[in-house]
Design a protein around this ligand. Structure first.
Ligand code: ACM
Length: 548
């Protein structure tokens, strides 16, 4: 029942071509009409040089333009309700974002009861804003962001940031003016799970590279960072009870480079950095297949007691833990216990995909025991959707990575599990796999799921995607980036951007706002911002990239 790939994942590293900006004419006033109940086209927001309220990604649930813009000045202060350290942290984050380009001091001060400037306001009474929502009110005297939680304030800050000119993202002083359109945005997410996955196994990425990706994700209100920490080509996290996993199993990568691994301190640093951006880290140890790095590190994990060599190619499906051996479950217990202890987040992902070298009976035996271990250490199981062929634990999430041509029978098995209470994370490979080439001319990436241009990636509905799945079973969406051909931050930029923004919008914005035409307009408006951030994104010809 597994999703056999028609083509093995064999590609040489493509060299990164410089893509020349399409440089299509700037669309000045742009889209408006963002949302039903949102910014009206040509509405009150038509002040020249001011980005219309709601002209952001993901589009807010509601944007009502009106009144005068607010202008940041050298006298602007950031007021924070003084009883919350976390709100103050969001204020400090905002000030750090705005200071280099504006050159303003932007002191973060306790709220003194006055009005004016930027105010971050936590209010437990705003039940309708939920765990992550916010309201942004902008007018001549100031901008107030109200939320029930610090996460809501943080997302509101990303909205404020996107309402400002793109040059606010530069790290040197820019002329401004720094105006925010007047009106009110009220915004809550469609899904609680809005993820991106980075495969740090096929190629290793340093802590700094991961942090850069976290910062990019946060701008678009993504709240889960799934780290694919182990695979055939590399084990990337230190495990004290099995030290060779990292020191030997992590010592290479696809193509034979030096690989690497995170020490526990480094992993905790990533987790803390993600938390400071209101993202939760979801660690994945892929089992029982995709385990050559572990099998190479410890001979006793192999059924025949012989360790295979390290692997630097890109085939899949050839490795399996030894389901019949007791030591396999000691290994699983130790690894899950140590990773659970390092991870404050709720989830632990145990893979379960492409176990082509494990019999079905062994697969079920293994996945059921591995899930019980995750539960024992207090975490919620996530597995790739082949997990539904075992017995998904209570509360488990299955991550669907099929595609249009996946058999109806396999889709039906996933749907039946969803009706039975297994939640779904949707990552259709022919929509959200960020390692798929955009077109036949894309230098990086793979194409076993087809070519995935920007429109194809964005233009589908997670709630209606799999027949027979109740909308309530969809926990959210995630955009995975597998890294057989991806070896640097520049490569991440080319493949994730701009498609990651579409995934973010699918996860955040209400279904009623979904519309390719208005999305592509707003996406075009993100071009100058990505450029200012130094993100060398793919200038898809499907999008009219604006200039500022
Ligand atoms: C996968 O792409 N093997 C989940």
């Amino acid at each position: 029942m597994t999703q056999r790939r028609t083509f093995p994942r064999l590609r040489l590293l493509g060299s990164l071509l410089l893509v020349v900006a399409a440089g299509i004419t700037g669309i000045g006033a742009a889209p408006g009409g963002a949302a039903p109940g949102g910014a009206a086209p040509g509405g009150a927001a038509a002040t020249p040089g001011v980005r219309p309220l709601g002209d952001i990604v993901p589009v807010p649930a509601s944007a009502r333009p009106g009144g005068s813009p607010y202008t940041l000045t050298a006298r602007t202060r950031i007021h924070v309700d003084d009883d919350s350290r976390e709100a103050r942290r969001v204020g400090a984050y905002l000030a750090d974002l705005l200071r280099p380009s504006t050159g303003y001091a932007l002191p973060v001060v306790d709220h003194d009861g006055g009005t004016g400037g930027i105010r971050l306001r936590l209010s437990g009474r705003e039940a309708a804003l939920g765990d992550e929502g916010y309201r942004l009110e902008s007018g001549r005297r100031g901008v107030t962001i109200t939320a029930r939680t610090p996460a809501g304030l943080f997302h509101g800050v990303q909205t404020l940031r996107q309402q400002l000119p793109a040059s606010v993202e530069e790290d040197t002083r820019q002329p401004g003016p720094w105006r925010v359109a007047g009106g009110t945005i009220t915004d809550t997410p469609r899904y609680a799970y809005r993820g991106a996955m980075l495969d740090v196994s096929r190629h290793f990425f340093t802590v700094e590279q991961v942090k850069r990706y976290i910062d990019q994700m946060a701008l678009y209100k993504i709240n889960k960072l799934h780290l694919h920490l182990s695979d055939d080509q590399g084990w990337r996290i230190a495990i004290d009870s099995w030290p060779r996993l990292a020191t030997y199993g992590g010592s290479t990568q696809v193509g034979g480079g030096p690989g690497g691994y995170y020490t526990k301190a480094q992993y905790k640093d990533i987790v803390a950095y993600a938390a400071s951006r209101h993202l939760e880290v979801v660690p994945e140890i892929d089992m029982p297949g995709h385990t050559n790095a572990a099998l190479a590190s410890y001979a006793e994990l192999n059924c025949d007691g012989i360790a295979p060599p390290l692997y630097t190619g890109t085939a899949v499906g050839f490795s399996s833990l030894c389901v019949a051996k007791d030591i396999t479950y000691d290994f699983v217990d130790d690894v899950v216990r140590e990773i659970a202890a390092l991870t404050p987040g709720r989830y632990l992902h145990i893979g379960g995909d492409e176990a082509h070298s494990t019999s079905h009976e062994d697969y079920v035996t293994f996945m059921d025991r591995a899930q019980a271990t995750v539960v024992k250490y207090g975490k919620t199981v996530i597995g790739w959707h082949q997990l539904v062929g075992a017995n998904p634990a209570e509360g488990a999430l299955a991550q669907y990575w099929g595609l249009d041509r996946t058999s109806d029978a396999e889709k039906a098995r996933v749907a039946a599990a969803a009706r039975n209470g297994t939640g779904l994370i949707l990552s259709p490979a022919d929509r959200l796999y960020l390692d798929m080439k955009y077109t036949k001319d894309t230098p990086l990436g793979l194409s076993w799921a087809g070519y995935v241009e920007v429109q194809r990636s964005y233009d589908w509905d997670p709630a209606a995607y799999l027949p027979g799945v109740p909308a309530s079973a969809v926990a959210g969406v995630e955009a995975p980036l597998w890294t057989e051909t991806i070896a640097s931050s520049a490569h991440i930029d080319q493949m994730a951007f701009p498609r990651l923004l579409g995934a973010a919008e699918l996860g955040w914005s209400p279904a009623a706002t979904h519309d390719w035409e208005t999305y592509r307009q707003r996406l075009g408006g993100q071009g100058p911002r990505l450029e200012a951030l130094g993100v060398d994104f793919y200038r898809s010809p499907q999008v009219d990239w604006r200039t500022e």
